[in-house]
Design a protein around this ligand. Structure first.
Ligand SMILES: Cc1ncc(COP(=O)(O)O)c(C=O)c1O
Length: 355
């Protein structure tokens, strides 16, 4: 077999090791929520099971309309995907090519380096600042005539930090027109600095901006794979063109269209996450472990002079799965997703043994 030479450049996704363990695991490694989908969403899924002999709607019209109703944008400006990751990869294919430049902060979401590797574009990584936030001034300085795409992750994975909307607004206002920005908002619902609707206002002021959102986090549908992008119609048509038409399953389309109707449930979940965030921040602080200011559903914790592999491995031996920072771009750190109170307390008990 002879493979495309670019294959060697594509980083292997640093998958969490949760899938190979047995016994009762505390899964705090993948920034999922600990709650499954609400009952109405489960019913919507069950209602589609008997018609799975048919292909899904390639226009994803019901799902797109439901997102349009919720966001107030026309459905023509809503792209949906097999997880938001699929839209991200399709955007890379539609926008990038050898000679083009892709600017993103680092450490940030582990899929971003792939966009450059897969397209042959040049990656331009801009280190986060000392607080783990995007350095927007430096990112702006890195823009050249060849820059095609900038990825902003807000709140940022893995550092959990967020930028205020007005800072992003000012950054966008100064960019040249040939640059597309994707604002990845996988964790936007958990961000206490803003309401998720605040970034919709950015779309009105910056018509080429793309907001990327997902049903995998607060909606509890990570296993189903459903995400969406809000942007220009031009953007939607471009990402649809580079993908197969049936990438979002019938079940995923139906579940997402139903899930977005229950914003009370979203708020309830956000509150529960905020309570667990406070609980863990306090408990970690009492153990002398510092974390960044989290606006997401996970903590980014500094391990000081402790060996990262010993801590993460010691937790895994106790059936508590978290992510070590090295795989995510910064050694000496660990990323811990907030679980239920019981799971978080099991994590703390295991941590005490390990420390
Ligand atoms: C920043 C960020 N963007 C996008 C995603 C992708 O989510 P999905 O493809 O499940 O929608 C994730 C998942 O962890 C993420 O952390």
């Amino acid at each position: 077999m002879e493979f495309n030479r670019r294959l060697e450049e594509i980083p292997v996704y640093p998958a969490a090791s949760t899938y190979e363990h047995s016994g009762e695991l505390v899964k705090l490694a993948s920034n999922e929520t600990p709650w499954g989908p609400p009952p109405q969403v489960i019913s919507a899924i069950q209602a589609r099971v008997e018609t799975l002999n048919r292909y899904p709607d390639p226009d994803k019209s019901v799902m797109r309309r439901a997102i349009a109703d919720r966001t107030g944008l026309p459905a023509t400006r809503v792209a949906v995907g097999n997880g938001s990751c699929e839209i991200l990869m399709a955007a890379g294919e539609a926008l990038l090519e050898p000679g083009a430049e892709l600017v993103y902060a680092w450490p940030s979401f582990s899929m971003y380096p792939r966009l450059a590797a897969q397209s042959g574009a040049t990656p331009v990584r801009v280190p986060l600042d000392a607080e783990g936030r995007h350095d927007l001034a430096e990112m702006a300085r890195q823009v050249t005539v060849a820059t095609r795409l900038i990825l902003l992750c807000n709140p940022n994975n893995p550092t959990a930090t967020a930028l205020p909307v007005h800072a992003i607004d000012a950054f966008l206002a100064d960019l040249p027109r040939h640059v597309t920005v994707i604002l990845d908002e996988a964790y936007v619902e958990f961000n206490m600095l803003q309401d998720p609707d605040d970034s919709l206002d950015l779309l009105a002021r910056h018509p080429d901006l793309v907001l990327l959102r997902t049903f995998s986090k607060v909606y509890g549908l990570a296993g189903l794979r459903a995400g969406y992008a809000l942007g220009s119609e031009k953007f939607r048509l471009a990402v649809d063109r580079v993908r197969q038409p049936f990438s979002v399953s019938t079940v995923a389309q139906a579940a997402a269209a139903e899930a977005i109707r229950y914003q009370d449930e979203v708020e309830r979940r956000v509150e529960m996450v905020a309570i667990e965030r406070l609980h863990l921040e306090l408990e970690l602080g009492e153990r002398g472990l510092e974390s960044t200011e989290s606006q997401a559903n996970f903590a980014w914790v500094s391990l000081g002079d402790r060996e990262e592999a010993d801590v993460v491995g010691g937790l895994a031996e106790r059936n508590v799965i978290v992510r070590g920072g090295t795989a995510l771009g910064q050694e000496g750190m660990m990323r811990v997703t907030y679980g239920t109170r019981r799971e978080n307390d099991r994590f703390l008990a295991a941590l005490d043994e390990v420390l």
